[in-house]
Structure formats: C-alpha cells, structure tokens
Unconditional design. Structure first.
Length: 109
C-alpha cells in the first residue's frame, strides 16, 4: 500500500477518533471492514495499527492468498477474511459485517 495513502488514513482516523497518531497501536479497539480487500494490502497495515479487521472480496482466490500471507505474521493472523460482496444480505454473510467503527472501500491505483 502506498505509504502516503496509509499515512493519510492513519492521521484521519486518529483525528476523527481522537487517538494519538504516534502511538504504536493507534487504531486499537476500532473495528474496520475493508471492502474489496484483494490481497490484503490495506487490511494488514490496519491490523498492525491495532484495528480488528474484517476484510471481504468477491474473488475467492484473493481471499485465499490474503489469508495465507496474513497467517505468516502474528499481528495480522487475526484478520477475518471472507469471500463475499458488500451487497450480500448481512444475514447470509459468513463473516461479521455489522457494528464496525469504519468501512473502507478504496480504489486500486
């Protein structure tokens, strides 16, 4: 993930939630959903900043790759990856899609 984009996300979230952006875990206690997570390039840094992350993507291969990569690091192993879409009925989703502090949908550039 682009360091400039991550820095912007971190500072914006810290400002909004009144957190110290220089803390090692500034997003601790926040629940984030990453819609269209792909290989997890945003999900992993958010987890490293302390967020509880649920990451969804419509492509099963992306979810498998992201899960394998995240499992290599104890800090990111807790990310909940699900193959689903944002439009799927919440009652039929196999992952936790409700009660999040923040939902992120970012374009790939």
């Amino acid at each position: 993930m682009n360091p400039t984009r991550l820095s912007f996300i971190r500072s914006t979230l810290c400002r909004h939630f009144r957190r110290d952006p220089y803390s090692s875990m500034p997003l601790e206690g926040l629940k984030v959903i990453d819609v269209g997570c792909g290989g997890g390039i945003l999900s992993e840094p958010l987890a490293r900043m302390g967020a509880t992350v649920t990451a969804i993507d419509a492509v099963d291969k992306n979810i498998k790759i992201a899960s394998i990569h995240a499992a290599c690091d104890p800090t990111t192993a807790s990310i909940e990856y699900c193959c689903t879409t944002a439009g799927l009925s919440l009652s039929s989703a196999s992952c936790h899609l409700i009660n999040h502090s923040l939902s992120l949908v970012l374009p790939v550039t």
